[in-house]
Ligand binder design. Structure first.
Ligand code: CUA
Length: 155
């Protein structure tokens, strides 16, 4: 097979770029430790409904102004949805997915987490400002992805 010089040059450049991207990603993951945390708690994704605390999803008051939200995510819902907490509450979210990777983003806050099957995701936020916060899934999870939303009402 005869190859034009132009073709050889472009092949070399594109191959070089692929290698460079892989090296950068590898460096970020292993040297800068930007990969998913390896100490994350895990769960059997087939048995979410039988595994505590996910056998009882809900909003639990655990202190004077402190709540724990045990939440499962699945196509295309957050359970529990339409959460209500008083203003000033510190809310600990404990989440897992029952099927595919979902996102948990609360608009207007810096809450933004990836929720993966088999992994327990924990994230805490204090809600000082009363209002209705939109909760969105920001990981493409299937045909109903754009419908996957709920609210957190702070009053
Ligand atoms: Cu769940 Cu997108």
């Amino acid at each position: 097979m005869k190859m034009h010089l132009d073709e050889k040059i472009w092949l070399t450049i594109s191959f070089g770029m692929i290698m460079a991207f892989m090296l950068v990603t590898g460096y970020q993951t292993f040297a800068l430790e930007m990969g998913p945390p390896s100490h994350m708690e895990t769960i059997d994704p087939q048995k979410v409904d039988e595994t505590a605390p996910f056998d009882k999803p809900g909003v639990y008051q655990i202190g004077e102004n402190e709540y724990e939200v045990v939440m499962t995510l699945e196509v295309f819902a957050f359970n529990p949805g339409n959460i209500e907490v008083p203003a000033g509450s510190k809310v600990h979210f404990t989440m897992t997915s029952k099927d595919v990777v979902h996102g948990f983003e609360v608009a207007g806050t810096n809450l933004n987490a990836m929720v993966m099957p088999g992994q327990i995701q924990k994230i805490t936020q204090t809600f000082d400002e009363p209002g209705e916060y939109l909760v969105l899934c920001n990981e493409y999870c299937g045909a109903g992805h754009q419908l996957m939303a709920t609210t957190i009402t702070v009053k």
